[in-house]
Design a protein around this ligand. Structure first.
Ligand SMILES: NC(=O)c1ccc[n+]([C@@H]2O[C@H](COP(=O)([O-])OP(=O)(O)OC[C@H]3O[C@@H](n4cnc5c(N)ncnc54)[C@H](O)[C@@H]3O)[C@@H](O)[C@H]2O)c1
Length: 439
């Protein structure tokens, strides 16, 4: 196959559709070795990228600008991708208002694939979806272009495992799973990723196995977080410190993997991806109960967090109705600015119905928008002076550096700690009420 030679000689031209958290770092990684053209539908993002400005925490504007001068181009229209030898699709896979997969982005990208598909090309889907998506959408697009998937156009799925904000693992040192519609497609896709992934490429039998692999990884995480969240609620009543329990259990050298309780799960993956499998499973007459149950338990942690806030305020003899509560952390996980599906949104909504004022702080995210309004992050010093209660949602490094002395002598009367950031006894010693999830 011609494409194989083009990959091995670094002459393959690579097109990436969707330049978000997944697509942009991937495009830039390939651009170190290949000529890459990226297409982003959002005008604002496209303009920023074209002028060398990154909107991602993990991509510096310096690296972007450097590659824009050499091997990376931003496409103006999808037809600019027509000369690509490889097309990689990294578009969103959200859910609709019923919690069912919203495949409109994949459908639209499949139209691009249909428009530019040509003999000898390789097309890869990276967006997370239920098993069968690659063949259902891209296989059909290739056929609609008058070509045969696997014969005329190699077609594969390769799940993305990027972990934004993770300073240890990146594209290069995270093994990549690849599955094609036939053996040749798998081999070509594996050859492509081997050029940038040093940790190795794992080839699986077909696209559906690769698609299922990604969904399993995220269901595994969602279910285990839910399990420890449920146990944390039990241990709170029993006055057992869940964090100490997990730390001790983690010393078992086999068959235990630490997961920690918290205010719920967020981001584009863990809360949503399992719903893609549920949707498909229902078509086979099966309701995956773990998926639904874990979602329910993880969701309930937001309400529990709000209950801890009112309990802490009451114990501090501050009426919730007259209290200002500061939500500390808007991002769904530490040291990034991404607020998608963040538990903070629901917590702010519930709190705003119970307390006088809600203010917010985040060292990375500048604001968060709930169903009713936008909340802008306020300076830390101002928040510490104005809030009766601080509820820590995200374990940003900036928060782990805070000490009881930072709260002493301020207005703060209560602290709710959903991430085990503080020693409760030390906080109580400065006269501030402390409540922690799982403690
Ligand atoms: N963010 C993560 O940590 C992560 C990790 C693993 C897998 N994933 C999966 O990867 C996929 C992409 O996620 P993401 O976080 O990068 O999403 P994102 O929203 O950050 O990026 C997707 C980009 O695609 C663009 N887009 C949408 N339709 C387009 C089209 N027709 N043409 C060109 N551009 C288009 C959007 O404007 C957006 O910028 C999802 O399926 C997600 O579940 C995400």
């Amino acid at each position: 196959m011609q494409i194989r030679k083009a990959i091995e000689s670094s002459k393959a031209r690579i097109g990436v559709v969707g330049l978000g958290y997944v697509g942009l770092p991937l495009a830039l990684e390939f651009a170190r070795k290949f000529s890459v053209i990226g297409y982003e539908i959002d005008d604002r993002k496209r303009e920023m990228l074209s002028s060398g400005k990154s909107y991602l925490d993990d991509v510096t504007s310096e690296v972007l600008a450097e590659l824009l001068e050499s091997s990376f181009t931003i496409a103006e229209t999808p037809s600019d991708l027509k000369d690509c030898d490889v097309l990689i699709i990294c578009v969103p896979t959200p859910v609709d208002s019923n919690g069912d997969p919203d495949l409109s982005y994949i459908r639209r990208s499949s139209e691009i694939a249909k428009e530019i598909a040509h003999r000898g090309m390789l097309i890869i889907l990276e967006s997370t979806s239920y098993p069968g998506t690659t063949e259902e959408f891209l296989g059909t697009a290739i056929k609609d272009a008058g070509l045969k998937p696997g014969v005329d156009v190699a077609l594969a799925f390769s799940p993305e495992r990027v972990d934004p904000g993770n300073t240890k693992y990146n594209i290069r040192n995270t093994p990549k799973v690849v599955g094609g519609v036939d053996r040749r497609s798998t081999e070509v896709a594996a050859a492509l990723y081997s050029t940038i992934v040093e940790a190795g490429v794992i080839s699986v039998n077909d696209c559906r196995t690769a698609e299922a692999t990604k969904i399993v990884e995220n269901i595994f995480r969602g279910v285990n977080i839910a399990l420890i969240n449920e146990l944390a609620l039990v241990f709170e009543k029993m006055n057992i410190n869940t964090w100490d329990v997990v730390r001790a259990a983690s010393t078992k050298p086999f068959a235990f993997l630490a997961h920690y309780p918290g205010p719920g799960v967020g981001g584009h993956c863990i809360p949503l991806d399992p719903l893609y499998l549920s949707f498909k499973a229902r078509q086979y007459g099966i309701e995956p109960r773990f998926v639904e149950l874990s979602r329910e338990v993880n969701e309930s942690m937001k309400r529990h967090t709000v209950e801890l806030v009112t309990a802490a305020l009451e114990a501090a003899q501050v009426s919730p109705r007259s209290a200002t509560v500061a939500v500390m952390g808007l991002a769904y996980k530490k040291n990034i600015s991404d607020t998608r599906e963040s538990p903070s949104t629901g917590i702010i909504e519930m709190l705003s119905a119970r307390v006088k004022d809600v203010v917010v702080h985040d060292p990375f995210a500048i604001s968060i928008t709930t169903s009713t309004r936008r909340y802008d992050s306020e300076p830390l010093a101002k928040v510490l002076e104005s809030a009766d209660c601080l509820v820590f949602i995200t374990d940003h490094d900036e928060y782990t550096k805070l000490a009881p002395s930072d709260f002493a002598g301020k207005r703060v009367k209560a602290i709710v700690d959903t991430r085990n950031l503080f020693d409760g006894e030390e906080i109580s010693r400065i006269g501030v009420e402390y409540r922690g999830i799982g403690k």
